[in-house]
Structures are given as C-alpha cells and as structure tokens.
Ligand binder design. Structure first.
Ligand code: SIN
Length: 356
C-alpha cells in the first residue's frame, strides 16, 4: 500500500514536471534572426586580433550554433539576408531588409526579430527600420565590437540578450531597439561613441531604455517620439529612396561640397553645422541657391547632442530651411529621405522632424 502510494506520488510529480516543461516550451517565443554581416560575424587571424580582422565571414547557422543557450529562451531560426561590413550598407539593402522584416512580422507565428549587423552603421539601419516597420512586435538590432574569434568576444552574449529582448512581452511597442553591452537603447537616440570599445553604444543625454540582467530585460522608459505603426512612411512599394547627402562643416570650410552634392543630383542636403547648426558665410549662399533650385536643406549639428533651434543661428523661415531637432546628421538624412517620399513641402517636413 505504502509502495503504491509512493509510486503514484512519483508518477504525479513526473506528470506535472512534463506538463510544466511542455507548457514552458509551448510558451517560448519564436524569434527569427536575420543576419547581415559585421564584426559579430567577423573572424581574426588570432584570438587577440581585435582590430584588422575581417568582418562578415561567419554564416547565420554558425552564429546560432555558437550560442546553444538560445534554445533555452526561444525557438530560433536564422536567415542570411546579406553578408557585408556595415560601411557598405546602402538604401537598397535597407529597403530589402525592411520588406523582409515586415513580411516576417505579419506572420502570426513570428514573435520577434533580431538583426545581426555591423556596428558602424547599426544606428542608421535601426532608425530606418524604426520609421518603416509596420508592427508592434519587437525588432532588435545587435552587433559586436570584437570578432567571433577573439578572447572575450562580445557577440555571443549580445546575441543571447538580443533574443531575450526580441522574445519579451515588455519589448512590444517600444520601437526598434539596439541591444549591446547589456543595455537596451531606442533606435532614434543611440549612437556609436567610441571607435573600438565594447561600451560604445550610448543614448547619452536622452538616456537608455533599460538593461538585460539576470536573463531578462528590464525597461525603465520609452521614447516619446512616434515610430513603427505610428509613422506615415510605407516602403512596401519603394525600390529606391531620394538622394540625400550630408555636407560637413569645419573651420575654413567653403561651398565646394554643397555645390558638388547639388550638381550630383541631391534632392535633399543635411548641413552638419558647427554648434547650434551655424552656417558659415561661405556656405550659406550655396545652401540658399540649392534651396532655390528645390533642394530641401536641413540644418543639423556635428556636436552630437542637443536641439538645433529653429530660427536660432539662421532665419529658417526666411531661408525656407528645416531644422533637425535632436537628430544627428546621419539620422536626419534617413528621415529626410523618407519625408521626400511623401512631400517636398518644408513645413510638412519640419513637422516630421518634430514628430519622429
Ligand atoms: C561593421 O560595421 O561591419 C564593422 C565594424 C563592426 O561591426 O563593429
């Protein structure tokens, strides 16, 4: 009798354990990893090679295999979308990637997406996706500062953390995120701030959104700027984006770059001015002439932080210029390209810069 009840008790415990495991497995999110290259997929000559390595060598299946712990937190599948160093990322790559992300996220059995990416332009790809992804499901862009062959490579832990965030209910509706170095940042606000260190990604003054600690994301804030499902941009029928270039300003600068970019067909120009987006005397007439030809001019700043104040260092109303608000020049370029797919009206474009 006693033995029988022990056996029954064990059977019950076993059944409950199996049921719990099956339930947990059933509840594990489905996360698709889209691989695009970068250092996270890079290889070096030796284990101490952390510069001068080759980016974009390791395929997505091997990236996933290198982190068996992923299986404990998500059902992960991988797709190799590109295999490039991110300095070669183009508008066409972005359109292809965005369309793939939107197609995948429309599937009911996809809960989130992770994009592995080179860190050099990760902030640009992330912001582009933030403006054109049509889903509230999590999209996380991740990279690494050390190649996969390095001692203490940061790729595996970054990928693990990215998958955790992409599968998290807490990340839903937060816009596209960049997860690196145990930190979660909003695509709009994050930038690479150091050429080589693993703590390079910062949202500096506007602040990170949260951390990944103890195998789970912890969010503390969200961006107040509209993104993803709340934007007016739709790339589903686009095969190209309007040409928008950046003219950088420095002491002794002349109009050469502005004139050359306009002659090369720019439909929009970001002026990466000094300070509060100031316009040097030798550049202002070239920008004004470009505006008269229909080129949309956005005053941004090379400083990296702060608002470029409308009608501050230049009379934007009179010049018919737009200001970038807090977007850095490379992100202002992305917003202006998308804006120009909708309108040439500078008042409308200025509204967009205050909205996204
Ligand atoms: C790249 O951006 O593809 C190379 C650098 C990196 O991923 O850190």
């Amino acid at each position: 009798m006693f033995l029988k009840s022990i056996r029954a008790w064990f059977a019950l415990v076993l059944f409950m354990l199996c049921a719990a495991t099956a339930h947990a497995a059933a509840r594990m999110p489905n996360v698709v990893i889209l691989a695009t290259g970068g250092t996270i997929a890079g290889t070096g000559a030796t284990s101490t090679t952390t510069v001068g390595y080759t980016a974009a060598k390791v395929g997505v299946d091997d990236l996933i295999k290198a982190v068996p712990e992923l299986k404990q937190v998500a059902h992960v599948t991988g797709e190799q979308v590109f295999q490039i160093a991110s300095e070669n990322m183009s508008n066409e790559h972005w359109l292809t990637l965005a369309k793939r992300v939107n197609t995948l996220l429309a599937k009911p059995d996809v809960d989130g997406i992770v994009i592995t990416h080179g860190t050099d332009t990760i902030e640009e790809t992330a912001y582009f996706l933030d403006l054109v992804v049509k889903s509230k499901k999590p999209v996380v862009v991740v990279g690494a500062m050390r190649p996969s062959t390095a001692i203490s490579a940061d790729g595996p832990i970054n990928l693990y953390n990215a998958v955790l965030v992409a599968g998290s209910q807490d990340a839903i509706g937060k816009g596209v995120l960049v997860v690196m170095n145990d930190q979660i940042n909003a695509a709009r606000d994050v930038s690479k701030t150091n050429t080589t260190t693993t703590d390079t990604f910062k949202s500096t003054e506007l602040g990170l959104l949260g951390y990944v600690v103890g195998n789970q994301p912890h969010f503390y804030r969200a961006s107040t700027r509209k993104h993803t499902v709340d934007t007016e941009f739709d790339v589903s029928n686009l095969n190209a984006l309007p040409q928008v270039d950046i003219a950088y300003t420095y002491a002794n600068v002349g109009p050469t770059a502005v004139n050359a970019l306009v002659a090369a067909g720019a439909k929009g120009l970001i002026h990466a001015g000094v300070g509060d987006g100031s316009l040097p005397n030798k550049v202002r007439p070239a920008l004004s002439a470009a505006r008269e030809k229909g080129v949309v001019i956005v005053r941004a700043s090379r400083v990296g932080q702060g608002i470029v104040a409308r009608n501050g260092e230049a009379n934007d109303d009179q010049l018919d210029f737009v200001v970038a608000d807090t977007l850095n020049p490379q992100k202002a370029r992305i917003l202006l390209m998308l804006a120009l797919t909708k309108t040439n009206d500078t008042k409308e474009i200025q509204r967009m810069f205050y909205t996204y």
